[in-house]
Design a protein around this ligand. Structure first.
Ligand SMILES: [Fe+2]
Ligand SMILES: [Fe+2]
Length: 166
């Protein structure tokens, strides 16, 4: 069992994870259009992971006998000024998502929703990793500047990212 307020906040988070998944597909397409296939691959994997996060919430809500209400998903941006800009948007998205997760954690403690509190811990750790990995690439991009061959090497490196089971 889970209280109504907690269930509805988790349902909203389910929608936010789906939005993130769509945003990363949009960014993947931006890179695909420039033949930066490593970057495009990185964002396909990123999108799959966000879908996985949404599914964790989907499964959890069913496990605790709450109803899923399919949320409307806003259209993500599809124009990006540069590679750096696309990663800045990604970092912004991840920082916002960390805040949203913290709001859920606070609510779970306030309402003595201990099972939900435990469920959310995975997301707290995941956000630390997500922000760190995006920040690292953003720093590398800023080092690279206009150096096309360095960008090509990073693209090659990012083509190695594989989907995880998470
Ligand atoms: Fe996520
Ligand atoms: Fe994320």
């Amino acid at each position: 069992m889970i209280n109504k307020k907690m269930a509805s906040l988790l349902n909203e988070q389910f929608g936010k994870e789906l939005y993130a998944s769509n945003l990363y597909l949009s960014i993947s397409s931006y890179f695909e259009n420039q033949s930066l296939e490593g970057f495009a691959n990185f964002f396909i994997v990123q999108s799959d992971e966000e879908h996985g996060h949404a599914m964790r919430i989907f499964d959890y809500l069913h496990d605790v006998d709450a109803k899923i209400e399919m949320p409307a998903i806003a259209k993500p941006p599809d124009k990006f000024k540069s590679t750096v800009h696309a990663f800045e948007e990604t970092l912004k998205q991840e920082k916002q998502n960390s805040k949203d997760i913290y709001t859920l954690v606070k609510q779970s403690l306030k309402d003595n929703e201990f099972a939900t509190h435990t469920f959310l811990q995975w997301f707290v750790s995941e956000q630390v990793e997500e922000e760190a990995s995006i920040k690292r690439i953003l720093e590398q991009l800023n080092m690279i500047g206009n150096n096309k061959s360095a960008l090509f090497l990073l693209d090659k490196d990012l083509s190695n990212r594989k989907a995880t089971t998470e």
